[in-house]
Ligand binder design. Structure first.
Ligand SMILES: C=C(O[C@@H]1C=C(C(=O)O)C=C[C@H]1O)C(=O)O
Length: 130
């Protein structure tokens, strides 16, 4: 029968790299740290969400909601930051890029829903802008 890993008790495997320094004494301690970080991450995502919502006010159509050039900038910046912050996780840049692509796609879907529900301001300079 398949069983979830025990949260207390000794390690079952070890890294072959002799320089590897374990962070925690148990899986329970690891999960407490992950839970602590998730509370921060989700708080920040919630804060980010309100700026995405506000961005809808400045868009004219679905292409502008999607803003592919800005998306590319956001993904490149996230990968650069992952590289700068990496403390020794082999594929961190890929994990961060995939995470950002999924998160931004979900944000755009919802920005589009807000956009659809909004009324134009009637800005007279609207036609002049690129
Ligand atoms: C928030 C914006 O709208 C969208 C959402 C983005 C994001 O979540 O970072 C980036 C570009 C757009 O796809 C924006 O245009 O800046």
């Amino acid at each position: 029968m398949q069983q979830e890993p025990a949260t207390e008790g000794a390690a079952q495997r070890e890294f072959t790299d002799p320089a590897y320094v374990p962070l925690c004494a148990s899986l329970g301690e690891i999960r407490s740290n992950i839970d602590r970080l998730d509370r921060e991450i989700v708080r920040l995502i919630a804060e980010r969400a309100m700026y995405v919502k506000d961005a809808a006010r400045f868009k004219r159509d679905a292409f502008q909601v999607s803003a592919p050039a800005r998306q590319a900038q956001v993904f490149a910046k996230a990968v650069d930051l992952a590289r700068a912050h990496n403390r020794g996780f082999e594929n961190l840049e890929q994990v961060v890029e995939q995470t950002y692509r999924a998160m931004v796609a979900a944000f755009i879907q919802n920005e589009q829903l807000y956009f659809n529900s909004m009324t134009p301001t009637g800005d007279k300079n609207d036609q002049d802008r690129g």
